[in-house]
Design a binder for this molecule. Structure first.
Ligand SMILES: [Zn+2]
Length: 122
């Protein structure tokens, strides 16, 4: 019976090959291929979106078009967005802008309330 010492990393076939996938990364790539959002995949597997997209390019993994993952893959591969992905990108940007507008600092809120109180007093 042959036993391999525990914790010994397998030697890559040659140094120019893309780095070996960890079990988490391999799992994350299958989730990406199923169309899950990179942020959700990070919560689930701990693989950061940047690394995930890089790995997907290295291993030629595609995400379904019309998903956020596919938008990131088009970007990372320096490609034009296809029709479905362009729509997703546009709506994501609109949402991000709206979220930014909703962010009001406590100072701004206080100033706003004060203005209203003055109005009410007048
Ligand atoms: Zn696309």
């Amino acid at each position: 019976m042959i036993t391999r010492p525990k914790g010994e990393a397998p030697i890559p076939p040659h140094s120019t090959a893309p780095g070996r996938l960890t079990a988490q990364q391999a799992f994350a790539l299958t989730l990406l291929r199923d169309g899950h959002a990179p942020r959700w995949i990070k919560q689930y597997t701990g693989v950061a979106p940047g690394i995930l997209i890089q790995r997907a390019l290295e291993y030629d993994i595609a995400a379904p078009h019309g998903t956020l993952a596919a938008v990131l893959l088009h970007d990372a591969a320096d490609e034009e967005q296809c029709g479905a992905c362009e729509k997703v990108r546009a709506s994501t940007q609109a949402r991000a802008l709206a979220a930014q507008r909703r962010k009001i600092t406590p100072t701004e809120r206080a100033a706003h309330l004060q203005r209203h109180r003055k109005h009410a007093a007048a």
